[in-house]
Design a protein around this ligand. Structure first.
Ligand code: PAF
Length: 282
């Protein structure tokens, strides 16, 4: 089993000792309730770095008062068994008091990239993510840190934060892991009713149809986005929040298919919002 640390000081001391012995540290920050998507990040960290470390912390700073913080799903025993199977040596499982012993006066905000999409829907969210990730980076001192491409805007925000603040950390994006029917893995999938769960793979089918249109020569961003909107609009269980073709680094909306881009989707199934995306590269 991995060594479990409840305190920042204990976790930091263990990783300091690893680094002093010449080991580089790969880090996977999580909010727990781990699934195969997280497992792919932990396996990558263990394969590419001498020591793999992870954190499990449901970060209150990134939830609005109205959001699902208190009923965010938790299963620590299963999480630790999965971390163990993936080769993780150290896991930080701090309390809220350990992470935030006093009111937080210092926060990290990344402008512009956070103004659209998930940032527009959840105004405090990315400042909460950037603040906890920069705090965890300063606790852990990793040389590489691993994030899933499913939360593509989060990945772009963390990459930009690390670059802007000259953090000596490579932010590694790992491919989306999917169920057999195409649904992107997410801790929030447990909230779907059976009918919603059955309908949810429409998102991936819509992205595939849009990517196929691009492969067949479609170059209009509006037409590509309309393919996604029409497919999801035809599913009675789903309500589309956005389908947007964007620059993969800046998340700037694109007018035409051109270069390294990403097609981002958010759709609601009842009260559950699901995110997905695919690379569009020409
Ligand atoms: O993606 C998540 O689970 C969280 O946003 C993260 C990166 C662990 C920060 O709390």
């Amino acid at each position: 089993m991995p060594e479990v640390h409840a305190t920042i000081a204990g976790f930091r001391a263990a990783l300091d000792a690893s680094r002093a012995a010449g080991a580089d540290v790969g880090f996977v920050p999580t909010m727990g309730y781990l699934h195969e998507g997280h497992a792919s990040l932990m396996r990558a960290a263990a394969a590419e770095c001498a020591v793999a470390a992870a954190s499990i912390f449901v970060n209150p700073l990134q939830f609005a008062a109205s959001e699902d913080l208190s009923d965010y799903p938790r299963d620590l025993d299963r999480d630790l068994a999965l971390a163990d199977a993936c080769g993780v040596a150290h896991v930080l499982v701090p309390s809220v008091e350990e992470m935030y012993p006093r009111p937080v006066l210092t926060t990290v905000t990344v402008a512009d990239i956070t103004a659209r999409f998930e940032g527009a829907a959840r105004p405090e969210h990315f400042a909460g993510v950037a603040t906890v990730v920069s705090k965890l980076f300063s606790i852990v001192g990793p040389s590489r840190s691993y994030f899933g491409e499913k939360d593509f805007q989060q990945l772009a925000v963390v990459r930009r934060m690390a670059a802007d603040l000259s953090m000596p950390i490579e932010v590694v994006g790992c491919p989306i892991v999917r169920e057999a029917d195409g649904l992107a893995l997410s801790s929030r999938n447990v909230y779907l009713s059976p009918d919603q769960r059955a309908a949810a793979p429409v998102i991936h089918r819509a992205l595939d149809a849009a990517a196929a249109a691009v492969a067949a020569g479609q170059r209009s961003a509006a037409a590509v986005e309309a393919i996604v909107a029409d497919a999801i609009g035809a599913e009675p269980e789903a309500v589309l929040d956005y389908a947007a073709l964007v620059d993969a680094a800046t998340l700037e909306p694109a007018a035409a298919v051109d270069g390294e881009q990403r097609l981002l989707v958010a759709a609601r199934f009842g009260t559950t919002r699901l995110l997905d995306n695919t690379a569009i590269t020409t």
